[in-house]
Ligand binder design. Structure first.
Ligand code: SF4
Ligand code: SF4
Length: 327
């Protein structure tokens, strides 16, 4: 067990032990994962942060190298910045459970050392949910409010304290860094609550495989603005672009998040676009998450965090669409 005030002391102790510590905190009015130093205030009572956990491992923008252009030469400087030992405290189980799916992707046909080094150096302390909102649907996609996937330590609320369950060696090391803050849990009961199941997920893939040309895609996508917000807030979406940003004398090569809902995402140099309509782009998003990802990695690419429902400016609701196609 660890008491709620002792979690703040844990941040101080982990900082002293050389860890960077991230936790949900309020910044410019939003709850978001923030690097904490001693005295900063974490907010564990809110539900999911605006942006997911993925940005800690796969930043929205990241310089890969710097280059200088000479008359007949190019000088390249490696500026990759691999994170030191890091602990994230207070991630929700849905966000953590997206990490194994991202691990499979980033070590598939190429080992992405930028992502993989951060994963190796980072310990994820999740906090089971004792409340949820009306966008959450983790239980419909195989998750749970106390899901352990992707987590190194699971904290479960019990009164004014948390039961702490170490799940990996990295998790044990974090608890060992501050043993005086933890006490045996005895027979304390945890408080866990999750949303109802909205659809039968076993029916999604078969429907997708036989409805590529369904008129429902146009109906579903009709009000989409192609703003890409859903892809950026999603803990599972992982597309990126690599661009050179610079001038005549040199610049930086940068890896930036990209998103499949943008019309330019698949535009070829020839001018041809294989996904020229909103319907085709939306179908790609849903089919990638619920069919192609299953074929490739044997897991879904959606953890039901509900962010794309909460933050879409025109109220697209992937959960209602999945409920509709599964009958
Ligand atoms: S957030 Fe909504 S409007 Fe924006 S691209 Fe996604 S579905 Fe379309
Ligand atoms: S598709 Fe939506 S609900 Fe599913 S993980 Fe992504 S943001 Fe969360």
């Amino acid at each position: 067990m660890i008491t709620a005030p002792a979690l703040s002391t844990l941040v101080t102790k982990l900082n002293s032990a050389g860890y960077r510590v991230f936790a949900p905190a309020i910044s410019e009015g939003l709850t978001t994962f923030t690097q904490l130093v001693t005295g900063d205030k974490a907010v564990f009572s809110n539900l999911n942060t605006r942006l997911s956990l993925k940005g800690i491992f796969f930043p929205a923008t990241e310089p890969l190298l710097r280059y200088k252009l000479g008359k007949s030469s190019v000088e390249v400087e490696d500026i990759a910045n691999f994170a030191p030992k890091t602990v994230v405290i207070g991630a929700r189980p849905c966000d953590a459970s997206a990490l194994p799916a991202l691990d499979a992707l980033f070590s598939w046909d190429y080992n992405d050392k930028f992502y993989l080094e951060r994963r190796k150096n980072t310990t994820v302390v999740t906090m089971a949910c004792s409340a949820f909102d009306d966008a959450c649907f983790c239980t419909s996609v195989g998750g749970a409010p106390d899901n352990k996937a992707g987590s190194d330590v699971l904290l479960i609320k019990s009164g004014a304290s948390f039961i702490a369950e170490p799940l990996t060696e990295k998790g044990k090391a974090v608890i060992d860094a501050a043993p005086d803050l933890f006490a045996p849990a005895g027979d304390q009961k945890g408080e866990v609550a999750g949303p109802r199941v909205y659809f039968d997920r076993s029916k999604i893939k078969p429907w997708l495989e036989s409805n590529f040309d369904s008129p429902l895609w146009a109906e579903f996508a009709a009000k989409c603005l192609s703003c890409g917000c859903c892809t950026f807030v999603c803990p599972n979406c992982h597309c990126f672009d690599i661009v050179d940003e610079g001038g005549l004398k040199g610049g930086k090569r940068v890896k930036n998040w990209d998103g499949c809902q943008f019309p330019l995402f698949t535009l070829h140099t020839s001018g041809h676009n294989p996904r020229p309509t909103k319907a085709a782009r939306w179908r790609q998003r849903v089919a990638h998450k619920f069919s192609y990802y299953v074929d490739k990695f044997n897991c879904l690419s959606c953890v039901g965090c509900g962010r794309c429902i909460r933050h879409c400016p025109v109220n697209m609701d992937i959960r209602n669409q999945l409920a509709k196609i599964t009958g």
